[in-house]
Design a protein around this ligand. Structure first.
Ligand code: BES
Ligand code: MN
Ligand code: ZN
Length: 517
C-alpha cells in the first residue's frame, strides 16, 4: 500500500487561516468601563471586600449593598482564586454578577494576570461576559490587561476537532469584553500577547493531533505555514538528509513507512548578520519504541513525543507574530519510531553527521539520535550564539521531577540563569540538573564512540550527556520536557492534554535577553 508522504492539500485550520479556526473560539475585545451590555458582569474585590471605583460605579449603591450582604451569607472572603456568583442586582444590566476575589494587598502586589484571566474565563464558561478590569487597586495597566487576555484565551482552548457530536463550547466563554480606562493601550499591548497565545495554541494542536494525521511530512507542511508570517522555512527531505550525513536521525526513521523531515525556520527580526539564538526540538510524531518496543499500556501517549518540536514551531510563530527584534533559528527533527523489517536494531552501529559513531543498545532511546544530528547541523550551518533544545527525552526526568517542572541541563551558567528567570516569570519552570563526567563515562561503548543508553541509573542525565557530545563550545541548554509537555496537570490556563509547554518560556527568554539590547 502506498502511504502518502505529503499532507492533504487545502486542509482547513492552522496558521494560514488565521484566527477564524483558532481552537479557543473566544472573542476578546477591550472597551471603556460602561454600564450597559450583554452577558455576565465580572468585578474584582480584595479580601477587605471593598470594590474598586469602576465597579462601584457600574453596580450603583444597590449593587454594592447586595454584594456585601451576599458575601456575608455565602461566607465569601474575597480570597485569591475564589468567586461569588449572584443574580444581577436590580438596575444592573447583566445575566449574572460574578465577584472574583484577589486576596490581600500582598497577594495583589504579585498578582499573576494570566492566571486571573484563566480563572475568570472558567467562571463564565458557556456564556459571554463583561469584565470590569479596573480593580480595587485602581486602574489596570495595558500590559496587565493583555496578560489577562492571554490567560483567558489559553484557558479557553480545547482540542475538539475530532468530536463530531458534542463540541466543547460549554467549556469556554464565547466572548469577553475587558473594560478598563486604558482600553486603547491594552488593545495595542494585546496584539503581542495574541501572537504568543496563537503560538501556544499552535503547539497544543500539534501535540494533541494523532500521528496518522500528523506524520512527519504533514508536520513539516504545518511548520512551513510560518512563511506567511515572514519566517524563512527550509524543509529537508530524505535525499538531503543523506547528503548531509544524518545517519543517526535516518536510522530512527528507517522503520517507518513515513519519510522523515528536518525543518529549519529563520526569523530575522534583529540586527542583520548577528548570530542567532538557536531553538532545537525533538519531533518524534509517534514513539513505539521501535524493535525495543514499549509495552501497550499508555503507548497512545507517545503521539506527544514531538512536544519539543511543537514548542519550537509555536515559539517561532509567537516571535514572528509580534515581530520580535531578534534573530532566531528554529530546527526540528521529525521522524516516526516504528518496528519493521527495515527498522534499525539493537547492536547496529550508525554514523552521525558529526562523524562520531553510535552503538545502538535500545531503539527506544531514539530522541537523542534525532537531536544529535539536528544539533550538529544547526551549529555548523548557523554558528548560533546559544542553543536551547527541548525534548520529551526520558521517562527518568518524570521520575525525578514530576509533571510540574522541566529538567534543565546546561554547559553555561548564564544561559541557565536566564532560562530559570524566564521560567519564574511565565510559570513554565525549569530545574537545573547536573552534567558531570561520570554520566559521560556511562555512555562509552565497547564497539563504537558511544552507545545510545547509559543504563538504568540517572537516565535523564546520561541522555543529556549524550547530547553534550554533539555540542562544541556554544552555550547550550537542554530542557527535558517529558513530564510537562503532555498528559498535563490541569491549571487555570490549561485544560489541554498537550500543554504547548515552552512557547511562553522561549518567547520570554527572547524578549528579556535577546531583544533587551
Ligand atoms: N519518548 C520517550 C520518553 C518519554 C517517556 C516521554 C514518557 C514522555 C513520557 C523516550 O524516547 C524514551 O523512550 N526514553 C527511554 C530511554 C531508555 C530506553 C534509555 C525511557 O525513558 O525509558
Ligand atoms: Mn523512545
Ligand atoms: Zn521518544
Amino acid at each position: 500500500m502506498r502511504i502518502p508522504q505529503t499532507g492533504p492539500a487545502g486542509r482547513r485550520g492552522g496558521i494560514a487561516d488565521g484566527k477564524r479556526f483558532m481552537a479557543d473560539g473566544i472573542t476578546i475585545t477591550f472597551a471603556p468601563v460602561g454600564r450597559s451590555g450583554a452577558g455576565d458582569l465580572v468585578v474584582f474585590t480584595g479580601d477587605d471586600l471593598v470594590l474598586g471605583g469602576a465597579a462601584r460605579e457600574v453596580l450603583g449603591q444597590g449593587g454594592c449593598d447586595l454584594v456585601a450582604r451576599a458575601a456575608a451569607s455565602e461566607q465569601f472572603k474575597g480570597r485569591a482564586s475564589s468567586a461569588l456568583v449572584l443574580p444581577a442586582p436590580a438596575g444592573v444590566e447583566a445575566d449574572r454578577l460574578v465577584v472574583v476575589g484577589l486576596g490581600s494587598e500582598k497577594d495583589r502586589a504579585k498578582l499573576d494576570w494570566p492566571v486571573l484571566g484563566g480563572f475568570t474565563a472558567g467562571k463564565v464558561a458557556g456564556r459571554s461576559a463583561r469584565v470590569v478590569l479596573d480593580g480595587p487597586g485602581g486602574e489596570t495597566g495595558a500590559r496587565e490587561a493583555a496578560e489577562f487576555a492571554l490567560g483567558a484565551r489559553l484557558r479557553s482552548y480545547s482540542f475538539d476537532r475530532y468530536k463530531t457530536k458534542k463540541k466543547d463550547e460549554d467549556k469556554r466563554p464565547s466572548a469577553l469584553t475587558l473594560m478598563l480606562a486604558a482600553h486603547a493601550e491594552a488593545e495595542r499591548a494585546a496584539r503581542d500577547s495574541e501572537a504568543v497565545a496563537e503560538g501556544v495554541v499552535l503547539a497544543r494542536d500539534l501535540v494533541n493531533e494523532p500521528p496518522n494525521v500528523l506524520f512527519p511530512a504533514e508536520f513539516a507542511r504545518r511548520a512551513a505555514e510560518l512563511s506567511g508570517l515572514g519566517v524563512e522555512v527550509e524543509v529537508m527531505e530524505p535525499a538531503r538528509l543523506r547528503e548531509l550525513g544524518m545517519g543517526a536521525l535516518l536510522a530512527v526513521a528507517q522503520g517507518s513507512a513515513r519519510e522523515p523531515r528536518v525543518v529549519v525556520m529563520r526569523w530575522n527580526g534583529g540586527t542583520p548578520g548577528e548570530a542567532p539564538l538557536a531553538l532545537v526540538g525533538k519531533g518524534v510524531v509517534f514513539d513505539s519504541g521501535g524493535v525495543s518496543i514499549k509495552s501497550a499500556g499508555g503507548m497512545e501517549d507517545m503521539k506527544g513525543d514531538m512536544g519539543g518540536a511543537a514548542a519550537v514551531v509555536g515559539a517561532l510563530h509567537a516571535l514572528a507574530g509580534r515581530k520580535a527584534k531578534a534573530n532566531v533559528v528554529g530546527a526540528i527533527g521529525i521522524v516516526e519510531n516504528m518496528p519493521d523489517g527495515q527498522a534499525y536494531r539493537p547492536s547496529d552501529i550508525v554514523t552521525s553527521m558529526s562523524g562520531q559513531t553510535i552503538e545502538i543498545i535500545n531503539t527506544d532511546a531514539e530522541g537523542r539520535l534525532v537531536l544529535a544530528d539536528v544539533l550538529w547541523h544547526i551549529q555548523e550551518a548557523y554558528k548560533p550564539k546559544a542553543i536551547v533544545d527541548l525534548a520529551t527525552l526520558t521517562g527518568a526526568i518524570i521520575v525525578a521531577l514530576g509533571q510540574d517542572i522541566a529538567g534543565m541541563f546546561a554547559n553555561d551558567d548564564d544561559l541557565a540563569a536566564r532560562l530559570t528567570a524566564a521560567g519564574e516569570a511565565t510559570g513554565e519552570k525549569v530545574w537545573r540538573m547536573p552534567l558531570i563526567p561520570a554520566y559521560d563515562k556511562a555512555i562509552d561503548s565497547k564497539f563504537a564512540d558511544m552507545k545510545n543508553t547509559g543504563g538504568r541509573h540517572g537516565g535523564a542525565a546520561t541522555a543529556a550527556s549524550f547530547l553534550k557530545r554533539y555540542v562544541n563550545d556554544t552555550p547550550w541548554a537542554h530542557l527535558d520536557i517529558a513530564g510537562v509537555a503532555m498528559s498535563s496537570t490541569a491549571s487555570e490556563i490549561n485544560r489541554s492534554w498537550g500543554a504547548g509547554w515552552g512557547v511562553r518560556l522561549l518567547d520570554r527568554l527572547v524578549r528579556d535577553v535577546y531583544e533587551a539590547r
